[in-house]
Design a protein around this ligand. Structure first.
Ligand SMILES: C[S@@+](CC[C@H](N)C(=O)[O-])C[C@H]1O[C@@H](n2cnc3c(N)ncnc32)[C@H](O)[C@@H]1O
Length: 450
């Protein structure tokens, strides 16, 4: 959306007129642009610029409605994403989602060096440059006469076609040679193969993905890139650490809504509802607790979990991380080691998160010219507050761990009171899918009727 509003003031429709306009197919693009500019301008200096009798929320509602129509998002997602930014910046974010991100590749250091790879590709007519100082393996491709996903070097595993943002969680994870690492949701393996390379093919990477079909491309990438320290498996991540645990480091690159990669997959604009976000956050919360419990606090070199998503919503990021901090008293957030990125929210629309959430990092297309992304790094410590006699210490009572009569630790399950509505909804969906009769929703009796 560029250019100034040279047409002077345009009237702000009333809510009824707005509804009417939507019903009749909406405004033309030109009008939408002009009205968005008007609303941004007025909201930037409301006291001075608003039309008499019109409220701030009328301008805001109109802006959200026009953003949705102009960029083609459903109302729910337009509002959700707009809430992340001041109004003028929200437009920049939506605008950036219309533009493809730079093509980037990651040098596979198991097979070659970045300098040698760059030279070979230049000789093939590729124009490229290092991505930035923060990575010593990334290259940005500006122009290429050859398909970058089918060069002899690609087929020989000298590089991975990979978004710059996907380097970030692995840099934060900082795997050390000889470690045991779990990549809990790993297909198609961009991050697994990066981890394997940083381990210099030592130690072992358990590359897991619940979707068995997706493990085919994962295995193919592992072979192509010459990773010899990777074991591919296909479990639901929630089965860890029962399947296997005690890892030095765990990466949970969680399944998410993909609101950070709308420029690649614009279907997200219209196919995500409030319910999808509830269900995803529910799964992410379950997975993060299992990921924490899969880390060995006794690790000599590690004891870390990195949680990441390619989504920018708070529900899937800060809210999940905050939940993990509340449920597991033996973890704390630490610096990601990433040189850039905005701080995670410590409060958002009335919700107050743990203050250490400022250690987490957010990445945005309009700010960092990469896909929207989120990275949090946890240090997992021993659960020290269990007394030898099997009694629960005061600290433990407040925290996530309970102790039974035998002094055994027992994990607090996911299904606490705050999760009840999500669990009930999920049960209803399962019943519906099985063709069973779904009972009517329960009325919340904890709230007295007015
Ligand atoms: C964001 S993608 C992972 C991308 C991958 N880390 C990479 O760099 O190539 C999320 C993955 O989670 C997997 N997934 C979804 N639900 C899961 C679950 N319950 N347990 C484990 N993996 C799951 C999906 O199949 C998908 O491959």
């Amino acid at each position: 959306m560029d250019g100034e509003d040279e047409d002077g003031e345009i009237p702000l429709p009333t809510p009824e007129e707005r509804e009417q306009e939507k019903k009749s197919g909406g405004s033309d693009v030109n009008m939408l642009q002009r009205r968005m500019r008007l609303c941004v301008r007025v909201l930037g200096n409301f006291k001075k610029l608003h039309a008499k009798g019109r409220s701030r929320s009328e301008y805001l509602d109109q802006l959200i409605s026009d953003i949705g129509s102009y960029y083609g998002y459903n109302d729910f997602l337009t509002e959700k994403l707009s809430q992340l930014f001041p109004v003028a910046e929200a437009i920049e974010f939506f605008e950036a989602n219309e533009v493809a991100r730079p093509v980037t590749i990651r040098t596979n250091t198991l097979r070659t060096r970045r300098r040698d790879l760059a030279q070979t590709l230049v000789n093939r007519g590729v124009t490229l440059e290092p991505i930035g100082k923060w990575t010593n393996v990334g290259l940005q491709v500006f122009e290429s006469g050859v398909p970058i996903g089918a060069t002899p070097e690609y087929l020989a595993g000298h590089y991975m076609l990979q978004a710059a943002s996907s380097f970030l969680p692995v840099i934060a994870l900082a795997p050390q040679p000889n470690e045991r690492i779990l990549d809990m949701a790993s297909a198609p393996g961009g991050k697994t193969t990066h981890i394997a390379a940083l381990l210099q093919n030592t130690g072992v990477v358990f590359a897991n993905d619940a979707n068995q079909a997706r493990t085919k491309s994962l295995t193919a990438n592992v072979h192509r890139l010459g990773c010899k320290n990777v074991i591919v498996c296909s479990y639901d991540g929630r089965e860890f650490p029962r399947v296997i645990g005690g890892f030095d480091r765990v990466l949970l690159d969680a399944p998410c809504s993909g609101t950070g990669v709308i420029s690649k997959d614009s279907s997200v604009k219209v196919n995500k509802s409030e319910r999808d976000f509830h269900l995803l956050a529910h799964l992410q919360k379950q997975l993060i607790l299992c990921a924490i419990d899969s880390v060995s606090p006794d690790s000599k070199t590690g004891g870390y979990l990195v949680y990441s998503t390619c989504s920018v919503t708070v529900d899937e990021n800060e809210a999940v991380v905050d939940y993990a901090l509340r449920k597991r008293s033996n973890v704390k957030l630490v610096d990601t080691g990433l040189e850039f990125g905005r701080e995670g929210f410590t409060r958002f629309r009335g919700k107050i998160f743990n203050p250490s959430l400022n250690l987490t990092r957010r990445f945005y297309p309009h700010v960092h010219n990469m896909d929207g992304f989120y990275v949090a790094k946890f240090k997992v410590e021993k659960r020290t507050n269990i007394r030898a006699n099997g009694r629960v210490s005061e600290d433990t009572k407040k925290g996530a761990v309970t102790v039974d009569d035998d002094g055994e630790q027992e994990d607090v399950a996911f299904d606490s009171e705050e999760d009840r509505p999500i669990l009930e909804e999920a049960k209803r969906t399962r019943m519906k899918a099985k063709g069973l009769r779904v009972p009517p929703r329960k009325v919340d009796t904890t709230v007295a009727p007015a």
